[in-house]
Design a protein around this ligand. Structure first.
Ligand code: HEC
Length: 153
């Protein structure tokens, strides 16, 4: 009896180990969502200072802007495989429009890269410079979301 139970337990554990990776989300989808979380984490520091919720600190601001700059240089070519839109799979907000207009999507990403570079040149100067660069940066996030990101579940 004990033997049988142990055997069953082992079998169940093995089955779980073998099937879980197959059931897990697409790694490219998870990676791109992780990338966006890191974007938001660093923009949150900059926006917090711009809005007076975090005391302006030139080093901290520069670090957040440097992080964002480098994060936005991560190569995107393997993060958006075909068939990972929100009509084809669960757990993504990526609209099919991305694959219908890859050039438009890349242009939106390019605008973000330019705005991140502008922020990198401004954030550590002083609070007014940071504030001046934030609107343009946030606008590039928003513009792409409006066009290419679907609603949250
Ligand atoms: C070129 C288009 C584009 C730009 C630019 C962009 N995003 Fe997104 N963002 C998306 C798409 C598409 C998704 C949905 C990804 C998915 O669910 O697979 C997304 C998802 C997110 C998410 C949710 C991540 C999660 O937890 O699933 C956050 C947060 C986010 N973006 C923040 C930002 C911020 C902050 C910026 C600007 C600094 C930004 N995004 C710029 C297209 C963009």
């Amino acid at each position: 009896m004990t033997r049988t139970l142990t055997g069953l337990g082992l079998a169940a554990a093995l089955t779980a180990a073998l099937t879980l990776p197959a059931l897990a989300d697409n790694p490219a989808v998870e990676a791109r969502q992780g990338q966006f979380k890191l974007f938001a984490f660093n923009v949150g520091v900059l926006a917090g200072m711009a809005q007076g919720e975090i005391e302006y600190d030139a080093d901290m601001a520069q670090t957040a802007a440097d992080n964002l700059y480098h994060l936005t240089r991560h190569d995107q070519s393997r993060l958006w495989p075909e068939g990972t839109d929100n009509e084809s799979i669960d757990n993504t907000r990526a609209l099919p429009a991305i694959w219908d207009d890859l050039e438009g999507f890349a242009n939106r990403f390019g605008a973000l890269q330019d705005a991140a570079a502008a922020m990198q040149g401004a954030a550590g100067t002083d609070l007014a410079s940071l504030q001046g660069a934030l609107g343009g940066l946030g606008g590039t996030c928003q513009a792409c979301h409006q066009e290419f990101r679907g609603p949250a579940d």
